[in-house]
Design a protein around this ligand. Structure first.
Ligand SMILES: Nc1ncnc2c1ncn2[C@@H]1O[C@H](COP(=O)(O)OP(=O)(O)OP(=O)(O)O)[C@@H](O)[C@H]1O
Ligand SMILES: CC(C)(CO)[C@@H](O)C(=O)[O-]
Ligand code: BAL
Length: 282
């Protein structure tokens, strides 16, 4: 049975009743098969599964989509039930931030101001602050994050290490539509022509990864990805396309690397990334 909890008091009581390990999946709701993969991983690796659903105002900029972000609690609960979640914690804003927006926030460091943090100022302060609060409230043994939000996963890992949080962070591979589009709650904003243009992101990444497989150097790998983006169905506007090492440090030369992309499709901003293996180059 899946129990729905709205207050931290209800959560505290239900959490105390769980014996064995607890896996937590943090979400903003509007659940899809990507979230289901996180729930499955949690089911497999922990004795109990706890899902949080909270559209966190702290991580949205003033001109972003906080108000129109999809809120679909009934169908989310159905998905959590089917996936065998024990607890769903869905607090409202006052329950999460009883004193209003907190003055003290997690400082995400240099990386927190780049890429997603460069385009969305304050984003990772908001994300890491709510993740820290949710870790403290849910007391997980394991927390599950999707690789789709690779920079978020990387920064959560860094915060857990830097703050000695007693939790294991598990990354889950990106779930995609058959044509390659990464599942995302924001995909539901897309019109049919925008859906076609949204494929530019995964197409660019695939072209970059293929160029790396052919042994091309990092500059040529990036050029191949740019070319594929530009040649795809028009309608997407590039925000960034970068090649980093797997920890998001710049300037990889050979071996495992990561390629990350963000683009606007109409008024919707989408992100994606992939692992890339670079041939050794001097
Ligand atoms: N396609 C996916 N594959 C794997 N994990 C995913 C996928 N999409 C989201 N997740 C993960 O689910 C968790 C909750 O994410 P969130 O609720 O923001 O969903 P989202 O689809 O990323 O939404 P948005 O459209 O706002 O980016 C995060 O750890 C995120 O990385
Ligand atoms: C981790 C998270 C739930 C924090 O609000 C959010 O950033 C998300 O859904 O990825
Ligand atoms: N999917 C990460 C949360 C956000 O974009 O706001």
């Amino acid at each position: 049975m899946t129990e729905l909890l709205h207050t931290r008091a209800e959560l505290g009581k239900a959490r105390s009743g769980l014996t064995g390990t607890v896996g937590v999946v943090m979400t903003m709701g509007a659940l899809h098969s990507g979230h289901e993969a996180l729930l499955r991983a949690a089911r497999e690796q922990a004795d109990h599964v706890l899902v949080t659903i909270f559209v966190n105002p702290l991580q949205f900029g003033p001109n972003e989509d906080f108000d129109r972000y999809p809120r679909t609690l009934d169908s989310d609960l159905e998905i959590c039930r089917r996936a065998g979640a024990d607890l769903v914690f869905a607090p409202d804003r006052a329950e999460m931030y009883p004193g209003g927006a907190p003055e003290i926030r997690v400082e995400p460091g240099l990386l927190g101001g780049e890429l997603e943090g460069g385009s969305r100022p304050g984003f990772f302060h908001g994300v890491l602050t709510v993740v820290l609060k949710l870790i403290n409230l849910t007391r997980p043994d394991l927390v599950f994050f999707g690789e789709k939000d690779y920079q978020q996963l990387t920064l959560v890992r860094r915060m857990v290490a830097d703050f000695d949080l007693p939790v294991q962070v598990v990354g889950v591979p990106t779930v995609r539509e058959p044509d390659g589009l990464a599942l995302s709650s924001r995909n539901r904003y897309l019109s049919a022509p925008e859906r076609a243009a949204a494929l530019s992101l995964s197409t660019a990444l695939r072209a970059g990864a293929a160029a790396a497989e052919r042994g091309l150097d990092p500059t040529s790998v990036l050029a191949a990805a740019h070319h594929a983006f530009d040649s795809s169905t028009p309608g997407a506007r590039l925000d960034y396309l970068v090649l980093t090492d797997p920890d998001l440090e710049p300037g990889p030369t050979g071996g495992p690397a990561r390629m990350l992309i963000a683009a606007w499709v109409g008024t919707t901003r989408l992100i994606d990334n992939t692992a890339v293996r670079l041939a050794a180059h001097d």
